[in-house]
Design a protein around this ligand. Sequence first.
Ligand code: HSE
Length: 453
Amino acid sequence: MTSKKPAGRVRVALLGCGNVGASLASMLTDPNRLAEIEMHAGVSLELAGVAVASLTERRPSLLGVPAQLLTDDAKGLVERDDIDVVVELIGGIDPARDLIEAALRAGRPVVTANKALLATVGSELADLAASNGVELLYEASVASAIPLIRPLRESLAAERITRVTGIVNGTTNFILTRMAESGEDYHEALAEAQRLGLAERDPTYDVEGGDAAAKIAILASLAFRREVRASDVYVEGITAVRPIDIEFAAHLGYAVKLLAVAELVQGGPDLSVRVHPAMVPKSHPLAAVRGAYNAVFIEGEASGELMLYGRGAGGAAAASAVLGDLVVAARHLRSGGSSPAPSRRGPVSFRPLEELSSIFYLNVDVVDRPGVLAAVATVFGHHGVSIRSMEQVGLGDEARLVFLTHVAREGSMLATIEDLHHLDAVDRVGSVLRVIGSSDAPDPSAGPGLARP
Ligand code: HSE
């Protein structure tokens, strides 16, 4: 595939120098690390230039970067004759897309961590890379240093994967863990995450599930060899989760997690790709993933269950994954080999959410008077949703009914919720959580397998 063979050092252009870029720049200017890489990987890397938005704004992340390497002309840097590999760490769609395309057209391999771009035009970029005979590598785009992209592309290339279930957003996992362990409400836990630098000042992309949607789209494309984009993913975030939901889940033997799920739907070729909070049995390995950590649980026909776990964010961790890709790209530049390009087996169809089934948890604020439970239960029955258990929590103005259903179709549950909104006795329909379990009967002692919906 790649024919270019630089005789000596492989010269790297770095686009963007924020948190991850600064970590990478410090690794690429550390003579000891470069010597180690040369010794064990047989390639010699050199940071040849760093493109930043402004040369006059001296951000702290630029402090360690040699001034003579800095430029504000990213396009010029990408097209410089002495550049062998381009690393894009700007993020977002523009100008990252143009710059990556320019690099690929110029015959330069690209390493990127840009999940938003890959989950939007990843297949177009992969096609462009292939048609120019160069590599597009993006291990750091999902859960930073946790190896996921290469295992899916290479180690599991022959596996029939049936489901990928991930906790791929550290911010929301930190918030949910904090709510469970300290009893804080969502806003208090978010404030703590922001204080610790684990949540952005505007946390929308994380807490509303957009970040996890981009990541599961990338993983689903590789696992199922289909084209899946972020816009194909059904998304619910965690802002409606309340302490009572978490307490109730714990009481039943479950943890509440924001899950990103991609699976082959049973009985058909369709995929379901979604992000939503869910109740996970405490016996499942994903329930033990605490704080800002990430994990991805992969189920394959022959491989069985696999879980990859680690820190999903942070400058150094992401830079480590980028550096790994750089070493691979540099080796291939020298040896003429290449990483397998992601394959796509043709059109993809997505199963509408309404057609999936699961056990549901639902809490409803009600007026505390005779006949209310009967009226609420009638709505469930009318839509064919069978109630497994019901508990009243609180009295008078604080009365709340907490339901667990048997396996029900999503469409029936949505219709139930819609009708509950119209009952006089219902003040508010609170959280709805899908319950992930190994059978209809919630059984915390059950094995780790996740039920097919
Ligand atoms: N904001 C992400 C998270 C990390 O909270 O996991 C970057 O993808």
